[in-house]
Write a protein that binds this ligand. Sequence first.
Ligand SMILES: Cc1cc2nc3c(=O)[nH]c(=O)nc-3n(C[C@H](O)[C@H](O)[C@H](O)COP(=O)(O)OP(=O)(O)OC[C@H]3O[C@@H](n4cnc5c(N)ncnc54)[C@H](O)[C@@H]3O)c2cc1C
Length: 165
Amino acid sequence: MRVTVADGGDAPSDKACGEGILPEGIAAVERLGVALDWSAGRACRGIRFIKGDAAAQAEFGGSAGLGMRRIELHRQLIRAAENSGAVILRRTVVTGIAENLVSASGGNFAADWIIGADGFRSLVRDWAGLESRKSRVRFAFRQHFACAPWTDCVEVHWAEKAHCT
Ligand SMILES: Cc1cc2nc3c(=O)[nH]c(=O)nc-3n(C[C@H](O)[C@H](O)[C@H](O)COP(=O)(O)OP(=O)(O)OC[C@H]3O[C@@H](n4cnc5c(N)ncnc54)[C@H](O)[C@@H]3O)c2cc1C
């Protein structure tokens, strides 16, 4: 199959994210035939939830998870896609679909198969007449710190006033 990916944004792109891939996610990526470069991230063996003095923790068991900058993961996935022959169209907004046709800012594209992978508020899902998922607005902030890791677990910290209603 010839594959064309139209992304309205830039690729690779960054966004607020915890940037952790669980072992199931790693296995899914491997099933796609993508060999991630782990040296660009950090392996993690479990997850720990912390609130004040209380903590609950569990190991993934078996294989490790991976913490990796989202933009780096995207970079590696794009490289793998392009190496397998996919054409990535950047800053190309899809504006509609019809039977065997995708309209985008780059023109019209004939397509035997159309995959809508346009996120949480998917327009493709609406255009295809599938059940619409009206989601709430969510807010997230993200900050990176240049310091040595103090743990090989993902840490989730619960705090007062750290949720919105
Ligand atoms: C704060 C936060 C932390 C998270 N932490 C983690 C984590 O640690 N680990 C984890 O696995 N998940 C995490 N997630 C969830 C993860 O970010 C999402 O599940 C994931 O990004 C969904 O991927 P997606 O490809 O479906 O959608 P998206 O990543 O949203 O990608 C959708 C793409 O579609 C493109 N697009 C949209 N509309 C159009 C259009 N009309 N035309 C062309 N292109 C279009 C966009 O440009 C974008 O590139 C987190 C989410 C949040 C909000």
